[in-house]
Design a protein around this ligand. Structure first.
Ligand SMILES: *[C@@H]1O[C@H](CO)[C@@H](O)[C@H](O)[C@H]1NC(C)=O
Ligand SMILES: *[C@@H]1O[C@H](CO)[C@@H](O)[C@H](O)[C@H]1NC(C)=O
Ligand SMILES: *[C@@H]1O[C@H](CO)[C@@H](O)[C@H](O)[C@H]1NC(C)=O
Ligand SMILES: *[C@@H]1O[C@H](CO)[C@@H](O)[C@H](O)[C@H]1NC(C)=O
Ligand SMILES: *[C@@H]1O[C@H](CO)[C@@H](O)[C@H](O)[C@H]1NC(C)=O
Ligand SMILES: *[C@@H]1O[C@H](CO)[C@@H](O)[C@H](O)[C@H]1NC(C)=O
Ligand SMILES: *[C@@H]1O[C@H](CO)[C@@H](O)[C@H](O)[C@H]1NC(C)=O
Ligand SMILES: *[C@@H]1O[C@H](CO)[C@@H](O)[C@H](O)[C@H]1NC(C)=O
Ligand SMILES: *[C@@H]1O[C@H](CO)[C@@H](O)[C@H](O)[C@H]1NC(C)=O
Length: 459
């Protein structure tokens, strides 16, 4: 046990010191939007599980039996929960992560946040204190030349009843006008804060509501009414920011020609609205499909995203991953990471590049709705193979510089999809790109949860 401590702590501390020394090179320069994103394509990752936690992403925080942040804090009490979450906010993402994200050729981050970072009632168990970390994140992004999409991932009452909203099993967002009012205030706060000159235009957009689940009590008409009110709120503050609207799983085609503010001038308004669609093969009924069917589906999505003259608004794929079997859970890393076979890494590379080609605009052809993507997610506690971008980098199944097409292997066909018949086999051994991961053996040790919180406290 002690040897393991010794072996692990040393590289962490050394890594920290070296990263600090090399970290100021870009700070102070004035990067223009064109320098940051020369071809205009968004290539990003989500900072999942940071300012809004999810049990499967950071099981080390969930030492009790809670399954969402609401219950985590309800069981710990506000005081203890604040101290647990403070050390998580301080350590789960640091400037080192932002530098590694930049080095991987990525140019943007999508940051999920819960309403309780801005507005929490005494009767709600949530604690706030995330906001200074959000500001820090935007400042790091500015220094490194990354843009930011702010994403309201958890709304009061919960918009989807899932862990990612902070509260499982309840979907009362729309059934209480107080929830709507509070949400509008949060969006107003984010717009007022991050459109200030001091942030240098780093925040390019605000996503009104992540993954709303529609039902009899939260209909499409209700969602559109909310989108209209929210757009009015944001426009009332500042016109110079993109408003991103989740497609509610209806696909970007459904939202063709949609304008949440029908009476404003169409030409100006349309430029500033963006649709977010999430593309997953991890959840029913699209999980456990044969690989060739998955690749065909990806190519079908590509055709929609590259279609012209359909009135489809500029569209990002705001979440996608390499998972094709199970929805993730806290044991996924242990079950999945043991296999780092050539066959698995060969498939991951093909699947990654297929989606990459599908979710970004093709070089030829004007007027495509596609404007780019955000992978879900940069890391998890134990870097689950299908969900951790940085594990993909470390093991070579995600290209080392995603903005440099010379680092990709699969040819692109005329239809904008990859040629999946191309004969590629991953290297015999997983590569090492210098990206620091937690040692693979860690997830097996019972003591690891304890050790991890020690590491995160010193970093
Ligand atoms: C950055 O911009 C500021 C304000 O526009 C200017 O004062 C400063 O000299 C610029 N710095 C560099 C490194 O160009
Ligand atoms: C609506 O939500 C507020 C808190 O946001 C709560 O105080 C109030 O009791 C709720 N009203 C109903 C009818 O549930
Ligand atoms: C937004 O809310 C945060 C957290 O409550 C607060 O610190 C900040 O001053 C607010 N910003 C604006 C512009 O209202
Ligand atoms: C909004 O998004 C569009 C499409 O990506 C982009 O051209 C435009 O510059 C963005 N607007 C702002 C204010 O960032
Ligand atoms: C748009 O105009 C119509 C007709 O003039 C009006 O009924 C509607 O309330 C207006 N909508 C908004 C959001 O202002
Ligand atoms: C792809 O789209 C075509 C044309 O709409 C359809 O016939 C086919 O079934 C789709 N493929 C899959 C795997 O869904
Ligand atoms: C957790 O996910 C793994 C795959 O990642 C799966 O094999 C396992 O059955 C899941 N466990 C539960 C309890 O869902
Ligand atoms: C792109 O990648 C190729 C192949 O690895 C490399 O030779 C080249 O220097 C890279 N270009 C840039 C601009 O980094
Ligand atoms: C693929 O390439 C390998 C080695 O590069 C070769 O042994 C194999 O025969 C090729 N397979 C096909 C189907 O061309």
């Amino acid at each position: 046990m002690w040897t393991r401590y010794g072996l692990l702590v040393l590289p962490s501390v050394l890594g920290l010191v070296s990263a600090r020394l090399g970290s100021t090179s870009l700070a102070g320069g004035n990067l223009s939007r064109r320098d940051i994103n020369p071809d205009g394509v968004i290539r990003g990752v989500n900072l999942g599980g940071w300012l809004l936690t999810e049990e499967w992403i950071t099981p080390s925080l969930y030492t009790n039996d809670a399954a969402d942040e609401w219950h985590l804090c309800a069981e710990l009490g506000k005081k203890k929960c604040l101290s647990v979450l403070e050390s998580h906010w301080r350590s789960f993402f640091t400037r080192d992560d932002f530098e590694e994200i930049k080095s991987a050729g990525l140019n943007s981050v999508r940051i999920p946040i819960g309403y309780w970072a801005v507005d929490v009632l005494e009767a709600e168990p949530y604690v706030s204190g995330q906001y200074p970390y959000l500001i820090q994140a935007v400042n790091w992004a500015t220094e490194l030349g990354l843009s930011v999409l702010l994403d309201l991932h958890g709304a009061p009452g919960s918009q989807n009843g899932q862990d990612n909203s902070g509260l499982i099993g309840v979907t009362s967002f729309y059934s209480n006008t107080s929830n709507i009012d509070r949400t509008l205030n949060v969006l107003k706060n984010l717009t007022e804060e991050f459109t200030q000159d001091i942030y240098g235009g780093t925040v390019i957009g605000i996503e009104l509501l992540n993954e709303p689940r529609l039902s009899d009590t939260f209909t499409m008409a209700d969602l559109k009414s909310f989108y209209s009110q929210a757009s009015e709120t944001i426009r009332g503050v500042n016109g110079n920011i993109n408003i991103t609207m989740h497609d509610a799983f209806w696909g970007p085609q459904y939202w063709a020609n949609y304008n949440p503010l029908p009476n404003s001038t169409q030409s100006t308004a349309l430029l500033d609205y963006t649709i977010d669609t999430h593309q997953y093969y991890a959840f029913e009924p699209l999980n456990n499909l044969p690989h060739d069917v998955i690749l065909e589906k990806v190519c079908n999505v590509s055709k929609i995203l590259k279609s012209t003259n359909q009135g489809i608004l500029p569209t990002i794929v705001g979440e996608w991953s390499l998972e094709t079997g199970h929805s993730p859970n806290s044991s996924s890393s242990g079950l999945q990471n043991k296999d780092d076979s050539q066959a698995k890494r060969t498939w991951f590379r093909l699947f990654f590049e297929s989606q990459l080609a599908a979710y970004q605009p093709s070089a030829s052809g004007q007027g495509q709705p596609s404007i780019g993507w955000y992978y879900w997610t940069w890391k998890t506690d134990y870097d689950i193979d299908t969900w951790s971008y940085r594990r993909g980098l470390a093991q070579g199944y995600i290209p080392s510089d995603v903005s440099n097409s010379s680092t990709l292997v699969f040819p692109i066909l005329d239809n904008g999809c990859v040629d999946s018949t191309f004969n590629y086999t991953a290297p015999r051994n997983p590569g090492s790109s210098g990206v620091r991961l937690l040692p693979a053996s860690c997830w097996e040790t019972g003591i690891f949860a304890l050790f991890f919180s020690f590491v995160v406290c010193i970093s």
